[in-house]
Design a protein around this ligand. Structure first.
Ligand SMILES: *Cc1c(COP(=O)(O)O)cnc(C)c1O
Length: 412
């Protein structure tokens, strides 16, 4: 029997919502595999794999695989005043919007936005210390994950790493010994690990007194330790997480943080601090390669405005992170499936390691994670713990509860 033609097979699955060339690819793959009947399944799985909203029921607030912070930003196709000064009609700056607002929100003179935190560190080192020394404590020569290692980034930037102190103890005198020979001191937050026991760390205040500008890679992007955008102030699980405003007040010349960790925005990297240093970063050719586009800057502007308005409810990350356990338990009971359980959420994304946030959800017997990932229109991502599937409601938007409830009740 002759196999069907690729075109005929592609036409027979045209009801699947994919452009024609992708239906043809599916048909071709099925024929090549000797199983034309599989074309529909191949096309459907291509369709399912497209970037799409999912329901995060893992309880991990900043889940790297799920895009870290929840993001809600869409507008109709339109031109923007990305680099137009509307007052003068002249060329403006893409720094004028999100960057300026974030600077205002954390008390910095100026701020610059790039594509991610790693890019921000690379840019700061290249722009401020290429060909010169940068002092870093041996306790802060970290790997953040995804290939970001401080010594490697340093090498790529053209700055020279000057190691000070030891893994567990770095004193002000260790920094003082090299202060005359370095362009910068870099402090890196131990985002995803802790060194405990016989340890000593030099606070930013003490390092700042030595002379060279201090650049602090905060990682997480907590804007202000007082959390004025939260009606109840800082939650207990935030503990000693360093914040941009307080680190600048302590004397840091520049702080660097991600847009999509505790800031709760889109993937971005922010440099905030002294205007002369921020300007030097903006003038460096690498900025041209690392600058974000209007979509990211638009989403980040929305986040910055919400912080300035002290509007927690407009910050989905913080709304979810601070939801009361009672309200989560009530939502769990209303799902009408599984057993209501207490569970523990985490911030994830390499922030506040080891800290658990009390939460609630439902537990189902067995591993149901694959069936829940197949749910339409939004896959539901869960975690499996000791043979039970946990649906943690802290990370689920209440608007999705009806969908989650229906999916759970329909599980075979
Ligand atoms: C997460 C992190 C980075 C990298 O930021 P990305 O936005 O993921 O590129 C750099 N430094 C520290 C301390 C971090 O925690």
């Amino acid at each position: 029997m002759r196999p069907p033609s690729v075109d005929a097979l592609a036409r027979s699955i045209a009801d699947i919502d994919l452009p024609q060339p992708l239906l043809v690819d599916a048909a071709r793959a099925a024929i090549a595999a000797g199983d034309p009947g599989e074309a529909r399944a191949i096309a459907a799985s291509t369709r399912r794999a497209l970037l799409r909203p999912v329901i995060n029921a893992t309880g991990v607030l900043l889940h790297t695989n799920l895009g870290r912070a929840p993001l809600g930003f869409a507008h109709a196709p339109a031109y923007t005043n990305l680099e137009l000064d509307l007052a003068t009609g002249k060329r403006g700056s893409r720094r004028a919007h999100a960057g300026a607002l974030l600077a205002r929100a954390c008390g910095a003179e100026s701020a610059l936005v790039v594509n991610n935190g790693a890019g921000a560190v690379l840019l700061a080192l290249a722009a401020l210390a290429r060909g010169r020394g940068v002092a870093v404590s041996r306790g802060e020569l970290v790997e953040i994950g995804g290939g970001f290692r401080v010594p490697d980034v340093m090498a790529e930037s053209g700055a020279h790493l000057v190691e000070v102190g030891t893994t567990n103890r770095t004193r002000p005198a260790d920094y003082a010994a090299v202060a005359g020979d370095v362009a910068l001191v870099l402090k890196v937050h131990q985002s995803n690990y802790r060194i405990t026991g016989f340890t000593e760390d030099t606070p930013v205040e003490a390092v700042a007194a030595l002379g060279p500008p201090v650049v602090v890679d905060l990682g997480s992007g907590l804007l202000d330790a007082a959390c004025p955008w939260l009606p109840g102030g800082p939650p207990p699980w935030l503990r000693d997480e360093p914040a941009a405003r307080q680190t600048l007040e302590a004397g840091a010349a520049l702080v660097i943080f991600s847009g999509d960790k505790l800031l709760g925005g889109p993937q971005a990297g922010v440099l905030a601090g002294r205007a002369d240093l921020v300007d030097a970063c903006a003038r460096h050719p690498l900025y041209r390669a690392l600058r974000p586009g209007g979509l990211v800057l638009g989403a980040l502007q929305q986040v910055a405005l919400a912080y300035l308005a002290r509007d927690r409810d407009a910050l989905p990350f913080w709304r979810m992170a601070t939801a009361g356990v009672d309200s989560l338990r009530a939502r769990a009971a209303a799902l009408g499936a599984g057993e209501v359980v207490e569970c523990a959420s985490v911030t994830g994304g390499g922030t506040v390691p080891g800290v658990e946030i009390p939460s609630a959800g439902v537990a189902l017997d067995g591993d149901r994670s694959a069936a829940l990932r197949a749910v339409e229109p939004k896959p539901i991502i869960t975690r499996v713990d000791e043979g039970r599937t946990i649906v943690d409601l802290r990370t689920v938007d209440p608007a999705d509860d009806a969908l989650v409830g229906a999916a759970l009740r329909e599980l075979p």
